[in-house]
Design a protein around this ligand. Structure first.
Ligand code: SF4
Length: 355
């Protein structure tokens, strides 16, 4: 561990040492180096974003998710007027980064509807991302063409055996199809791609190794695309699911700091699944992007309780409170770091703050 921390550039072998059980005894040194690296690469900036759930219809049966097709819950798909009302509510709170989220229902939420939504919201939100079912390159291109700049798609677990167990039905049971999605997003030209693993399904160290390799490969292959990583911890969900491999706070800090050292240019996203206390502690160390004030139900910002939520959030502070917390920590909450006007003539970045 000490050798790995001392090396000027953390290589993959060092990373394996940094995530070892023994290394948790050196967490403070690891965090200090991660913090220095985050300041060097990203400054004090933490970008704020909000998810907007378009629909909780889903044809999959992921055992850890409240939207599982087997669960008898109140389902809802927003129409364009309702989406705009939700979006305006977020805009009024300051957000300019919006993540459109949907369950996997191509009938309820066809790609054409997502493209139309993006067109409608573009004047309000210079940065739009999607977290939806996997598409092929042409499908993703149809979103890129209307200004969607970010794609978020988590493998959930990289262990194929566990993957099959927790995704027993629906199109998502195809492990390879999901694994190909970020690559297809890269080919389609997304400016940002976020990958991740849901912690709690299997040994976190296994996920850390696979996630690191996946991110390294994407960075090398799509070097003009900003890659970010996220490692949300699973919570109990509707249907009685409880994670089999819970991850402690210290282990999660160890994992994130080790990933920061191996991947100094990768964004690190921390959602409201984590508690306020945990987020406040980790924000200055390695985080570049945070959600705030999130609702995980369609229509939840303007009509709370009108549909089932995907999971309960832990940090229930308002976006303004989260921004204030960041300022108190000496960080700079950023609501907008991107505009299509920053593009060069070739359609690529002219350079901007990443995160
Ligand atoms: S995790 Fe996604 S795909 Fe799986 S049931 Fe939930 S909404 Fe559907």
């Amino acid at each position: 561990m000490r050798d790995a921390l001392a090396s000027p550039r953390v290589e993959f072998d060092d990373f394996l040492s940094l995530i070892s059980p023994e290394s948790i005894n050196h967490l403070e040194e690891l965090a200090a180096r991660a913090q220095r690296l985050t300041r060097e690469r990203f400054g004090r900036v933490v970008t704020l974003y909000a998810p907007l759930y378009v629909s909780n219809h889903c044809s999959n049966s992921c055992v850890y998710c409240g939207f599982n097709v087997e669960n008898r819950i109140q389902r809802r798909t927003l129409d364009q007027r309702e989406i705009e009302a939700e979006a305006r509510s977020l805009w009024e709170q300051g957000f300019r980064h919006l993540l459109l989220v949907s369950g996997e229902s191509r009938k309820e939420v066809p790609v054409e509807m997502l493209a139309q939504t993006a067109k409608n919201l573009h004047s309000l939100f210079p940065s739009l991302s999607v977290e939806v079912y996997p598409l092929d390159v042409d499908g993703y291109k149809s979103l890129v063409d209307v200004g969607v700049e970010g794609l978020t798609i988590y493998q959930e677990t990289y262990d194929p055996v566990i993957y099959a167990k927790v995704h027993p039905g629906g199109p998502k049971s195809d492990y390879q199809r999901r694994l190909r999605a970020p690559e297809q997003g890269g080919e389609a030209g997304f400016r940002r791609i976020g990958i991740g693993a849901l912690l709690g399904l299997t040994d976190w160290r296994y996920e850390a190794v696979c996630l690191a390799l996946h991110a390294m490969w994407l960075q090398k292959t799509f070097w003009r695309t900003h890659i970010s990583i996220s490692v949300p911890r699973l919570r109990e969900a509707a249907g009685g699911f409880a994670p089999a491999h819970p991850v402690s706070d210290r282990e999660l800090v160890q994992m994130i700091c080790a990933l920061r050292l191996l991947l100094p240019d990768a964004g690190v996203v921390l959602s409201t699944r984590e508690s306020a206390t945990f987020r406040d502690g980790l924000a200055p160390i390695a985080v570049t992007m945070m959600s705030a004030g999130s609702c995980t139900e369609p229509g939840g910002y303007t009509e709370p309780g009108s549909a089932e939520e995907q999971f309960s959030i832990e940090d229930s502070r308002t976006p303004a409170e989260v921004a204030l917390m960041l300022e108190r920590l000496g960080l700079e909450p950023v609501w907008k770091d991107w505009d299509v006007g920053y593009l060069q003539d070739d359609g690529r970045d002219g350079g901007e703050v990443q995160g």
